[in-house]
Design a protein around this ligand. Structure first.
Ligand code: FES
Ligand SMILES: [Fe+2]
Length: 373
């Protein structure tokens, strides 16, 4: 018989800058990373900058409408090209230092005295491209020279969780519109946030509103514990809202078996997908330091709901509150990760044992480096 309690990762995994650096190199900078919503860069010249591992990445849209992502660094002497988190350029990105200028396709198009340097190849000295994929209406980027399979890694995570390759398609996530975005600045390691999302042992204690809507969560078994399982709404619950009142327009493709249910997916390393019949909630994490993570959370609705200006606040409020409750819990744990009490880690109860697989995965990625060495 398996022991009731199995160990977590040692505390150093949540505090040690060397381990965080390994994660940057071996996880965030080589896996597919969900960067921005495609509608954040709706037209040519609109851009967003995001932190992925140790790199700043510039996501933009070229003249032909294709999404592009570049390392946000001037090829001349290395000035950061765009300092803003978001913005728009007319025709080109111009470096504010010596005015090297790059087209929306990344090519070097102008620089002071460039015509007197005919040997300078404009593609070679263009911005460095990174790999881009669009899926679920998001721009996913990979900084590795040879990206891993998107189908196996990203799409596969959804299929594995939902137990059916077609299931995610019913929500038409790419066709939904952003009804609300909330950005959370969380003073906790990204893995605490993942672990928290994967279990529901805490639901009865800290999520009174959520357990009202999803009564089975009060028993502590997360939807992510069973393959293909969606937690059912309580009998008197009309919608996935703060008070169980009616939700918004149903997503048309959602099947009968998916109606009145909540599904949750973790796409490693940094994405959570939450599916309910009338909206989809997507969390994207940006790990900034061992003890600091920014989480961008989008609430997505059928476009007509957003266009008509319907009040989505009762809908948004439920998971916003869940987020606050969860992130407070993570922040409460973070300082303890450096304590001698947690030097060898804590423990997982049986309903959390599946988190052990996540820990094995992290250890495999990071390797057997000794903390603090
Ligand atoms: S560093 Fe960008 S133009 Fe010189
Ligand atoms: Fe939670």
């Amino acid at each position: 018989m398996t022991a009731s309690l199995i160990p977590t990762l040692p505390g150093a995994y949540y505090t040690d800058p060397d381990i965080f650096r390994q994660e940057q190199e071996r996880v965030f900078e080589v896996m597919w990373f969900c960067a921005v919503r495609s509608s954040d860069v709706p037209t040519p010249g609109k851009f967003r900058t995001v932190q992925i591992g140790r790199e700043s990445v510039l996501v933009s849209r070229a003249r032909d409408g294709a999404v592009k992502a570049f390392l946000n660094i001037c090829r001349h002497r290395g000035a950061q090209l765009c300092l803003e988190a978001e913005g728009e350029v007319k025709r080109a990105f111009q470096c504010p230092y010596h005015a090297w200028t790059y087209g929306l396709d990344g090519k070097l198009v102008a620089a002071p005295n460039l015509t007197k340097m005919p040997d300078v190849d404009r593609v070679e000295y263009g911005l460095v491209n990174v790999h881009v994929r669009e899926w679920l209406g998001y721009v996913w980027v990979c900084l590795a020279d040879k990206p891993p399979s998107f189908e196996d890694g990203v799409v596969g995570a959804c299929t594995e969780r939902l137990g059916d390759a077609e299931a995610i398609g019913h929500y038409d996530v790419a066709g939904l519109s952003v009804g609300r975005r909330i950005v959370y600045d969380v003073a906790a390691n990204w893995k605490l946030i993942v672990e928290n999302f994967m279990e529901c042992y805490h639901c009865a204690t800290i999520h009174p509103e959520l357990t009202e809507v999803l009564p089975e969560f009060a028993d502590g078994l997360a939807a992510q514990y069973f393959v293909g399982h969606g937690a059912e709404f309580g009998e008197d619950v009309k919608g996935f809202t703060i008070d169980g009142s009616e939700g918004l327009d149903l997503i048309p493709g959602v099947g009968e078996d998916q109606d009145r249910r909540y599904y949750a997916i973790t796409i490693k390393p940094t994405v959570f997908v939450n599916l309910v019949p009338d909206h989809v909630i997507i969390h994207r994490m940006f790990p900034m330091a061992a003890d600091h993570t920014i989480v961008e959370c989008d609430w997505l609705y059928v476009p007509s709901v957003v266009e008509s200006g319907k009040d989505v606040s009762a809908s948004v409020e439920l998971f916003h509150r869940v987020n606050q409750q969860d992130f407070d819990a993570c922040e409460r744990c973070q300082p303890a990760m450096g304590s001698k009490v947690y030097a060898n880690g804590g423990v997982l109860v049986p309903s959390e044992h599946h988190i052990g697989a996540f820990h094995d995965w992290v250890q495999e990625k990071v390797g057997d480096i000794v903390a603090g060495s």
